[in-house]
Every structure is written in structure tokens, then in C-alpha cells.
Design a protein around this ligand. Structure first.
Ligand SMILES: Nc1ncnc2c1ncn2[C@@H]1O[C@H](COP(=O)(O)OP(=O)(O)OP(=O)(O)O)[C@@H](O)[C@H]1O
Ligand SMILES: [Mg+2]
Length: 427
């Protein structure tokens, strides 16, 4: 028979005198809690959703790891052909936020985790770093998981071993995400290729048909005009006027299709956008003013010039102005502002031409569709729905962008961004 003390010892796993019994028991309970927490975290490390961005992954890992290891900054670093991509998560109040930094390195710089820590010492002085390597089965290192603390406090052996184990589990999730991104990139690329091949075929076809239709249409319009002159009044006169209007609409569609599918190279020229706007306002400004619209000009004279096709850029601004005119129709104080300014976007310098109106605005569900060919909310005979898609095509063929911002019932502003040639800007 086992003695009572021996039985308790066996059940609790604690061998002790009665005196230290309770403190040892609570230490064991603490240890068990810690182990449980570690298991929980390990389990969660393997549950990162594959569609998450690297910033989100870094924040998630930091939040999980902080429950069992102490650190001030967590870094998920990935290496690609061009350099190291650092995703550094730092605590911001209750949550974590992530900063992204890219650093170029030499082609064959692959460091062991220890070498990487030394590199970090130079890059982020004042921090002690402990990294584990992320490596493929082939042994090639493709990234690092790093804990950094500001006190320059080294981690204990036990902590480092735990971190190694955690790193192993996180690595599996990271590899799944890499795989997912790789596959989705390939699928996207394939879809893009199919789409651009389709568009090229469509463009060629459209150009062919447009040319074919142009001559008979010119004949139709000419004859109708002659007939209209002969038969001004009566039912037939009205029918002829209708035929003429339909013919004009077809001409407009054909012209737009030709621009849409234009494949010939345009000879780019140097353009001062403020001057170009003066020319465009000379063409359509009067038409706007006589319809009761206040037209304001906010052009800056000293902006750098851009390179491109004058005709095409004029075409875009006219399209935007005509859309603005349609949008302010029926408004109390209709107003259209055309202006230019310098804009920096994604590290590049652009001259922006904006057209703002205080018209009907664009409903949220339409915003994603307005640049699609043939999307229009205008009456059947009024809009072809090609204006913005043609304009977007022109913007992109100039290396630029066409952006929109709008609030229903208040305003719309379209901005055509054209890149400033490198030698022209500040940089
Ligand atoms: N300034 C604007 N304010 C409100 N809605 C606009 C504005 N500009 C464009 N839109 C919306 O975007 C749609 C598409 O414009 P887009 O210029 O491509 O074609 P459209 O003006 O309808 O026809 P088209 O220009 O070929 O005669 C318009 O029908 C309209 O609903
Ligand atoms: Mg239009």
C-alpha cells in the first residue's frame, strides 16, 4: 500500500515536504499554463489565411508571438531578386501596425540568421536582434523572422529554442502564402494575356468595320441633307431629321471606335498643358457659357511641360468638359472648373489637368463602370458611352492615369495625370 504522502506526490508530480508543497504546486500550475499558452500560439501560427498581405501576416505573427515572448519590434523579412523586403510590426497602443521598407542588396547576398542579425545591428542600431531563417527544403534561405528589443537584452537559450520552434510553425504558413501568391499571379497573368489578346483582336476588327462604314455613312448623311432641304416641313421632314440625327450618332461612334482601336504610333510633341487648355476653352468654352454655365480656369503657368499627342490630349479634355456640361444641366448655379497642378503619385511626378463640376455626381455602383466601353446613363440618343473609355486609353498610352472622385448630388472631378519627363521635374 502506498502511503498518503507518496500518493499525493505521484498525483501532483511534486516531491516535497509539506512546507514547500503549495509553492511548488503553484509553480507547476504556472508552468503548465505557460506550456498551454505556447501550444495555443503554435496552433494559431499555422492558421494564417493565404490571402493575407505580408503586412497583415507580420502584424498577426507579432500579436501571437507577443503573448509568449517579450520584444519591441517583430520583423518578417523576405528576399527577392531585387532586395530585402522588411515588414516591421510595432506596437501602437493595444494593436500592432506594420511599416514596409525595401532595401537593395547584391545578387548573391544570402546570410545565415547570425549574419543577418549583424546586418540588422548596422541598419537598426540600439536594437538587439534574434532571427530565425526561413528556408526551403533545398536549404536556400528566402527570409527571416526577427525579434528585436530596445534594451539590448539578449534572449536566454530557452527563449531562443522556443523561438526556433515557433519559427518552424510560422514558416509553414508563410510557405503556403508564397505558394498561393505564386499560383494566383500566374492565373492573373494568364487572364491578362487572354484579355489583351482579345482586346487587340477586337480593336483590329473595330478599326476595319469603322473604315468600311465611314464611306456609306458619309453618302447617307449627304443625301439626307439634300432631301431635308427639299422637304423641310411635314411628317417626312421630321423623319428625315431623325435619320440625319441617327447618322450623326453613328459617325460619332465610328470616330470613337477609331480612336479606341488606333494602332498607329503618334509622334509625341512637347506640350504646355496650360496653353492647351486655353485652346480647348477657345473651342468649347463659348458653347458652355451660352448654356448658362460659369467656367473657371485655375491653370498654373510655370508647370513643366509633358510629351504626347496634342490632338489626343485635347480630345480627353473635351470629353471631360462635355461630360461636366451634361452633369450640371438643370442645376441652379452650374459651374465647371478646369485647372492644372503638379502631383506626386507612387514616387512619380505628374502634371494633372482636372475638370470639376458641381453637377449630379456619380453613384457608387457606377464608379467602377464608367470607364467601360459603352457604359452610359444618358438617354439612348445622347451618349455612346465611349468618351471615358477612349480617354482612359489615351491617358494610359501616354503613361498617365485618369482618376475620378465624386459625391452624388454635389460634385465630380476627373483628373488626367500625365508624367513629367525625368529631366523636367525636380528629380
Ligand atoms: N462629370 C460627370 N458627372 C456625372 N457623371 C458622369 C460624369 N462624367 C461621366 N459620367 C458618367 O459616366 C458615364 C460614361 O461617360 P462617357 O463619357 O464614357 O460616356 P457618355 O458621356 O455617356 O457618352 P459619350 O461621351 O460617348 O457621348 C456617363 O454616362 C455618366 O453616367
Ligand atoms: Mg461623355
Amino acid at each position: 500500500m502506498l502511503g498518503k504522502q507518496e500518493l499525493i506526490d505521484r498525483l501532483t508530480g511534486i516531491r516535497s515536504s509539506r512546507k514547500s508543497y503549495y509553492s511548488e504546486l503553484s509553480a507547476t500550475v504556472e508552468e503548465l499554463k505557460k506550456k498551454n499558452k505556447q501550444l495555443e500560439v503554435i496552433n494559431r501560427l499555422a492558421q494564417i489565411h493565404v490571402e493575407k498581405s505580408w503586412e497583415e501576416v507580420s502584424v498577426y505573427l507579432a500579436a501571437q508571438l507577443s503573448q509568449i515572448v517579450a520584444f519591441d519590434r517583430f520583423m518578417l523579412t523576405l528576399a527577392d531578386q531585387t532586395g530585402l523586403l522588411f515588414h516591421a510590426a510595432e506596437r501602437e497602443g493595444e494593436s500592432w501596425s506594420c511599416r514596409f521598407v525595401k532595401r537593395r542588396i547584391g545578387a548573391n547576398d544570402a546570410w545565415t540568421p547570425e549574419e543577418f542579425d549583424r546586418l540588422l545591428q548596422e541598419v537598426t542600431p540600439g536594437y538587439y536582434s534574434a532571427s530565425v531563417g526561413l528556408q526551403y527544403q533545398t536549404g536556400k534561405i528566402y527570409g527571416y523572422l526577427t525579434l528585436q528589443n530596445r534594451q539590448n537584452k539578449e534572449y536566454s537559450r530557452e527563449e531562443l529554442e522556443l523561438y526556433q520552434r515557433l519559427g518552424e510553425h510560422a514558416r509553414i504558413s508563410i510557405e503556403n502564402i508564397l505558394l498561393f501568391k505564386d499560383v494566383s499571379e500566374k492565373i492573373n497573368l494568364e487572364a491578362q494575356l487572354i484579355q489583351s489578346a482579345k482586346m487587340a483582336a477586337l480593336g483590329e476588327m473595330a478599326a476595319g468595320i469603322a473604315h468600311e462604314l465611314n464611306s456609306p455613312l458619309t453618302a447617307i448623311l449627304g443625301h439626307v441633307q439634300l432631301l431635308m432641304r427639299a422637304m423641310k416641313e411635314g411628317r417626312h421632314g421630321k423623319m428625315l431629321a431623325d435619320i440625319y440625327q441617327c447618322g450623326l450618332r453613328c459617325t460619332k461612334i465610328i470616330q470613337n471606335l477609331l480612336i479606341f482601336s488606333r494602332q498607329e504610333e503618334v509622334q509625341p510633341e512637347t506640350i504646355q498643358l496650360s496653353e492647351l487648355i486655353d485652346d480647348v476653352l477657345g473651342l468649347v468654352g463659348y458653347q458652355l457659357v451660352v448654356s448658362g454655365i460659369t467656367v473657371r480656369k485655375e491653370t498654373e503657368q510655370s508647370l513643366p511641360s509633358v510629351r504626347g499627342s496634342r490632338n489626343q490630349i485635347e480630345q480627353v479634355i473635351i470629353n471631360l468638359l462635355l461630360n461636366a456640361r451634361d452633369a450640371v444641366q438643370g442645376k441652379n448655379d452650374p459651374e465647371i472648373t478646369v485647372g492644372t497642378c503638379l502631383t506626386r503619385l507612387e514616387e512619380r511626378l505628374f502634371v494633372s489637368v482636372y475638370v470639376r463640376d458641381n453637377g449630379v455626381g456619380i453613384a457608387g455602383e457606377h464608379l467602377s463602370q464608367i470607364f467601360n466601353p459603352f457604359f452610359t446613363t444618358k438617354e439612348r440618343m445622347k451618349g455612346t458611352g465611349l468618351g471615358l473609355s477612349v480617354s482612359l486609353g489615351i491617358a494610359e498610352s501616354h503613361g498617365g492615369k485618369l482618376l475620378v472622385d465624386s459625391r452624388v448630388g454635389e460634385y465630380s472631378v476627373f483628373s488626367l495625370l500625365l508624367p513629367v519627363p525625368d529631366h523636367e521635374g525636380e528629380d
